[in-house]
Every structure is written in structure tokens, then in C-alpha cells.
Design a protein around this ligand. Structure first.
Ligand SMILES: Cc1ncc(COP(=O)(O)O)c(C=O)c1O
Length: 476
């Protein structure tokens, strides 16, 4: 792009933006089962108004915009109460689950450096824990020790965790629930082991932190996962998921203020302003914080309970459908609103493509560890109004998927993959692979099923290399 010599008119500009957006999924259609958490028009209008009102205020310095300090303290105070913390607990508003997790790992690393003189930190993370922990390990140079899960329940294997503890273990992680299968790890047992060994324990409640206490109020049997357990020392809870705040909203909480200190960063060794950052970002908009504050207060307890009730009903409907469908099977019984299902008779990647062509978005997940390749559904409030239509279309998509070809691309690229598996991605192999797959020039394919079938057969490290190469070619 070149800058236009003379700026565009507003009309031209917004027409262009509409054209640019023409191929995006319609996030407000209720037909998207992932990425989007949509509470409906009115709460969104309120959030947008609050977002714009505070968008230009900077969170870089809380002494200049005390409104941002006040709203952050309100949100953190609410979150601590929601998750059974006491007056010693503390927290931070962050831009999302990944930032909350990176900060919790940084706090654990720096705490262990200071208090336990640990130089080569390790953290124990079950196979089902979110990829953000791998990213944190990568960024912060912490060794990630992965432990298996029970192949039936998909919950963390407690014995394997205890066995993996070394003198360098700084943190053990559990999910409430994990993203992929929607089940809650045995947090009580896991955090007790951590406490016995003097190790910190993080509950990743990015998905469930807000919703699970509401489910409990509705009579669902939710096991303890929060600060009510003495071994839990930090928790991540996203607000841009089931609290329906617009994107850029999460909190990371600590059992004590003392522990939170290790998350902070201050710098006064340069020639500019003295910097004290509570988060990874330095300059940051006050908009997402204000929007989250407004959303929580606009929807309120009764509103959220009503949303939660409707989601419970919708999940039950989808689970019944899958359990009674001859071609589908649940990977495990979900405990919240995240569902993983697969098939032994139909290519699930074809089912996903068929659904996408019918205007739905459902998400593929490749096989890994104890988990088979599957379809992931995150059920949110806007989906509940479309569930019957969704299930009708899913029935049709399954029948169409049975007629679609399977394995053709995989057969074509097998000789090249054999080379890649032995000598790695060298020379123009990637280019050749992309050409065969119809991906040259960074263009996106019409059908993703053949690509997913190929990725599914590759070892994770090769998948990662391919994804990085492809993305590196796709972005300018
Ligand atoms: C359990 C869990 N943890 C962490 C994350 C990462 O959150 P974000 O995408 O907001 O960075 C997610 C995202 O789906 C999640 O489900």
C-alpha cells in the first residue's frame, strides 16, 4: 500500500473497509462456535460506548488517569471475591489469557529465583493445558515438563505430575476447564501435591473462572478449583470469554500481594520517564478496561445467571445429539460449555468443511498425545438461539462428508513428507508442498480438510515448522 496523496473521504474509506471485510465470518450471526463471545446487541452497544469513552486514555501511568486505576481495582476486587480470595489476594487486569499466563509464569520464575535460588526453572504442565504455557516457557526460558492425561476422562494424571517434580520445579499447572475437552483437572489433589512440596500452583481458569461459580449457583456439581484450596497460588480468568467483555480483557490473580510483586517490572536506568509496568504492554488503551467494567455492571448477576442457564440447556442438547448419533462420539463427557467430538466412520475434517460451506464455523483440532483429532465447539450465549438449526445442518453435513473424497492430498504429498521427516524442511520442499496443496502465493484454500489431514499425520515439531513457514510467506 502507498499512502494516498490526499486522504480518502469518509465514504470512500468505509466502503473500502466493508469490501476488505467481505470474506470474514459473521461474528454476530450466532453461527460461530469459537473465537467470539457475543452477549447480544444491547450489552455490546454499552461496551462500545464505554470503550470509545476511554479509548484514548493511556494505562501507561495510573497517576495521570486515576479513572483507570479505580476501574482496575473494582474489577480485580470483584474477581477475587468471585474466586474465594481473601484480603491478602491481589491481581492485575491484562489484555487476555495469554498475557495473564505469561505474567503468572514470570512471577513464579522470579519468585523461585529470589526465594529458592533456582537457576534452571521447570514447570509441570499436563498435555491438555493451553498452548499459552508453551509460549510462556519459550519467552521466559522456563523448561516445560509435559505430563499425560487419563485417556478416558482427559484429566491430568496426578501420579505422573508427582513423579515429574524435581528440585527445579517452580510451578504446577491445572485447567478449570481445559480448552480442548472442557474438563476440570483434579485441582484439589494437584494443588495439595504442590503445597506439600513447597511449589506454586496455577489454576488456568481463563475459560471457567467466571462461569463455573455461576453453574455452581444453578446447582451443577463443580469441584473446587480456586483460592478456596490452600495450594492454589495464582489464577487466570478471562473476561473476554464468558463474562462477554470485548476483546482485550482478562485478570491474573495471586494469593498474596507479595507474590504479585514478582510480576511487576520497573526501570529507572534510562533518560526518559521512570517506568513501572504491571503488565507486558506499557502504553495501552484504557478502552478494554472500561468496556469490561461497563459490561460486568450492565449485565449484572441476574443477567449472567440467565445466560449461564441457557448455555447449560444448549450444551445438554448438543451432548444428547452426539451421544445418540451413530457416526459421532464424544471424546469425553464435557463439564462446562466446551465440547470435543469425533467420528470413527466419517472424516471429521470433511464435516468441518461442509459446515463451513453451510455458513457455520466449527473448529478442527489435530491429534496429540492421548487425544484424537476432533471437532471443538465453544458454546456461547448467541449460539443458544441457533442450536436446533445447527444440529439439523450438522446431520446433513455428516451425510455430505461421507461422499467427499478423503486422503487424496495426503497420498500425493506422502513421498515429500517422507523426505521432510528424515531431513527436515530444507531447500524448496515447503514451496513444492504448498504448490501441491494449492497454497502457493499465500492464498487460502477453499477446502481445509485435505490440509488438516496432512497436518494430522505429521509430528508436532514439523507441523509447527510448516505453520511458521506458511505464515511467514502469507504476511507481508
Ligand atoms: C483454558 C485457556 N487458557 C488460556 C487461553 C488463552 O487465552 P487468550 O486467547 O485470551 O490469550 C484460552 C483461550 O482459549 C483458554 O481456553
Amino acid at each position: 500500500m502507498l499512502l494516498p496523496k490526499k486522504g480518502l473521504s469518509k465514504e470512500e474509506l468505509f466502503k473500502l473497509l466493508d469490501e476488505i471485510a467481505a470474506n470474514d465470518v459473521d461474528w454476530s450471526s450466532g453461527r460461530v462456535f469459537g473465537y467470539v463471545f457475543d452477549p447480544g446487541r444491547e450489552p455490546i452497544e454499552v461496551a462500545e460506548k464505554a470503550l470509545l469513552k476511554f479509548y484514548h486514555k493511556s494505562g501507561l501511568d495510573f497517576t495521570v488517569f486515576p479513572s483507570l486505576l479505580k476501574m482496575e481495582n473494582d474489577i480485580v476486587d470483584f474477581a477475587i471475591r468471585h474466586l474465594n480470595g481473601d484480603e491478602n489476594a491481589a491481581g492485575t487486569f491484562t489484555s487476555g489469557g495469554t498475557e495473564s499466563i505469561i505474567l503468572a509464569v514470570k512471577a513464579a520464575r522470579d519468585y523461585a529465583r529470589k526465594k529458592r535460588k533456582i537457576k534452571n526453572p521447570e514447570m509441570i504442565v499436563p498435555e491438555t493445558a493451553h498452548a499459552a504455557f508453551h509460549k510462556a516457557a519459550h519467552y521466559l526460558d522456563v523448561k516445560l515438563v509435559q505430563t499425560p492425561v487419563n485417556p478416558t476422562t482427559m484429566k491430568a494424571d496426578v501420579k505422573a505430575i508427582e513423579k515429574a517434580i524435581t528440585k527445579n520445579t517452580i510451578l504446577i499447572v491445572g485447567s478449570a476447564p481445559c480448552y480442548s475437552h472442557g474438563v476440570i483437572d483434579p485441582i484439589e489433589e494437584m494443588s495439595e501435591i504442590a503445597r506439600k512440596h513447597g511449589i506454586l500452583f496455577h489454576t488456568d481458569a481463563c475459560m471457567g473462572g467466571f462461569l463455573l461459580p455461576l453453574f455452581r449457583e444453578l446447582g451443577v456439581d463443580v469441584p473446587p478449583f480456586d483460592f478456596s484450596l490452600p495450594g492454589v497460588t495464582s489464577i487466570s480468568m478471562d473476561l473476554h470469554k464468558y463474562a462477554y467483555a470485548p476483546k482485550g480483557a482478562s485478570v491474573v490473580l495471586y494469593r498474596t500481594r507479595e507474590l504479585r510483586k514478582y510480576q511487576y517490572f520497573a526501570c529507572s536506568r534510562w533518560t526518559g520517564y521512570t517506568m513501572i509496568n504491571t503488565t507486558i504492554q506499557s502504553t495501552k488503551s484504557g478502552g478494554p478496561l472500561a468496556a469490561a467494567w461497563a459490561t460486568l455492571n450492565f449485565i449484572g448477576k441476574e443477567g449472567y445467571l440467565e445466560f449461564a442457564k441457557r448455555k447449560l440447556e444448549a450444551v445438554q442438547k448438543v451432548v444428547n445429539f452426539i451421544e445418540n448419533h451413530p457416526d459421532l462420539e464424544l471424546i469425553t463427557k464435557p463439564e462446562m460449555t466446551l465440547i470435543a467430538f469425533t467420528s470413527s466412520t466419517v472424516n471429521i475434517f470433511n464435516i468441518i468443511d461442509e459446515m463451513n460451506h453451510m455458513g457455520w464455523y466449527i473448529q478442527p483440532a489435530l491429534k496429540y498425545g492421548k487425544s484424537r483429532e476432533h471437532v471443538h465447539l465453544s458454546i456461547n450465549y448467541s449460539n443458544v438461539f441457533k442450536i436446533d438449526e445447527f444440529l439439523d445442518d450438522l446431520s446433513q453435513a455428516i451425510e455430505r462428508a461421507k461422499m467427499s473424497p478423503s486422503g487424496t492430498l495426503l497420498k500425493k504429498v506422502k513421498p515429500l513428507l517422507a523426505v521432510v521427516k528424515t531431513i527436515g524442511l530444507k531447500g524448496d520442499t515447503l514451496f513444492k508442498l504448498m504448490k501441491i496443496a494449492g497454497l502457493e502465493g499465500g492464498k487460502l484454500p477453499d477446502r481445509f480438510a485435505p490440509i488438516n489431514e496432512v497436518l494430522n499425520e505429521l509430528p508436532p515439531q514439523l507441523r509447527e515448522e510448516l505453520l511458521i513457514e506458511f505464515t511467514n510467506m502469507t504476511f507481508r
